[in-house]
Design a protein around this ligand. Structure first.
Ligand SMILES: [Zn+2]
Length: 419
């Protein structure tokens, strides 16, 4: 069984292309494939891109703001507190239902691969993990999900979490998560990181932590994480999400840390939607933007991607729809990516850079690679962000997994009626 997409515009390549997908992979990419395929789609000269990869989302908490009290202060700490009560009454069915809805939203917006953090703590035990695992299994025909065991409540200050983290890795979590800043002392933060490395080494797993998600310049666990990564020989296997405090360091200390992050080959993930909303709440004016130093990290050669992070949860209660073009457009504003080539870099962050973090290599529309691509209703990447272009067709491993249509029409009149 094969499928051909005709008349595709490919970024950076001259002319229109026919793309044949067979046995889940891109089989041929030529200007004119003469043979007829079993199924054919006409891209009509529109842009065909790789599908998107969301490297940071919390599928256990999505859509929870619909059923809990509001986050009045808008801070990270209140968001965590509200969720304690809800987590006590989690049922696996509830988690499956919300996570599945969010996966469908993401696929409909052209994202076929996601990395989900899942809370692991004595409040919800392993229920959140069981729920997200079940949702991932049920949705496996349209999306692939990797799971990170996430000790949001801390490890040292949260008795029983170590054992649950070990069990979650036994159950099949792919990565060891962490949140070292959420400990009582800096020594405990270091012990938290040390434990995560021991666990990761035991399971030969990568590490993906929430790091210094605060405006407080005294939050400096990124330095210890980077140094530990180098000492343990874990270069290229560690990802740090958020790292908001890096923006609040003085320029000398920030330069030292960025250099260390580059040496440790740590992947960095910024979450502009959530952090624009959460950070700077105690600032008054001027109010900080709350994002990490995205441009400086990229200039230092660090692999940087961005994620949706939250969809209608207590951290980001009103917004989010699993649309990385929307999140990317927010990033363009928040980190000032305004030039045409800069906007293309942001697109690279949600495709190649995120795919590298996911471990989806080789990646892209090249013969022999997995046939995951979107037909967007535009002809340039810049227009894709500007219009949040309809994802006309979404293909995963050669099969159509979503389609959409968006039409609007202006109705003109011969006589003017003024209001
Ligand atoms: Zn997060």
């Amino acid at each position: 069984m094969n499928t051909i997409i005709r008349n595709a515009l490919l970024s950076g390549r001259e002319g229109l292309w026919d793309i044949e997908m067979k046995e889940g992979k891109f089989a041929r990419i030529e200007h004119d494939i003469p043979d007829k395929a079993e199924t054919e789609y006409d891209a009509k000269g529109k842009l065909v891109t790789p599908t998107f990869v969301d490297p940071h989302i919390h599928l256990d908490k999505v859509l929870i703001s619909e059923v809990v009290r509001p986050n009045v202060s808008g801070t990270l700490s209140e968001a965590i507190e509200i969720i304690w009560d809800k987590k006590c009454d989690y049922t696996i069915d509830d988690v499956v239902e919300r996570a599945s809805r969010a996966i469908e939203m993401s696929v409909s917006h052209g994202t076929t691969h996601l990395i989900s953090h899942v809370d692991i703590d004595p409040i919800c035990g392993l229920k959140a993990l069981e729920g997200v695992m079940e949702a991932a299994r049920r949705m496996s025909d349209i999306a692939e999900i990797r799971l990170v065991a996430f000790p949001q409540e801390g490890i040292i200050q949260s008795q029983g979490t170590r054992e649950l983290m070990i069990e979650s890795m036994r159950m099949g979590c792919h990565r060891v998560g962490g949140m070292p800043y959420n400990e009582m002392t800096y020594d405990d933060s270091k012990e938290h990181i040390d434990f995560c490395f021991e666990l990761a080494k035991d399971f030969n797993a990568d590490i993906d932590m929430h790091v210094d998600e605060t405006d407080d310049p005294n939050a400096q666990t990124l330095q210890y994480l980077a140094a530990k990564t180098i000492k343990e020989g874990y270069q290229g296997r560690v990802t740090a999400g958020h790292t908001c405090a890096l923006s609040s360091y003085n320029d000398y200390y920030a330069a030292k840390i960025i250099d260390l992050v580059a040496k440790a080959k740590i992947n960095m993930i910024t979450n502009p939607a959530t952090n624009l909303m959460l950070e700077g709440r105690r600032d008054g004016y001027p109010t900080r933007r709350g994002l990490t130093r995205v441009k400086q990290l990229m200039e230092a050669g660090v692999n940087v991607a961005f994620g949706q992070d939250c969809i209608k949860d207590t951290f980001y209660p009103t917004f989010g729809q699993g649309d990385l073009l929307e999140v990317g457009m927010l990033l363009c504003h928040a980190a000032q990516f305004s030039m045409s080539d800069e906007v293309e870099k942001v697109f690279g962050m949600m495709t190649e850079n995120a795919a590298k973090i996911y471990g989806l290599e080789p990646f892209g529309i090249v013969e022999g690679n997995w046939a995951c691509c979107n037909i967007l209703d535009v002809t340039t990447i810049q227009e894709a962000f500007r219009t949040r272009a309809p994802r006309l067709y979404v293909f995963k491993t050669g099969r159509l997994v979503a389609k959409s249509r968006q039409e609007s029409e202006i109705i003109r009149h011969p006589a003017v009626v003024k209001s």
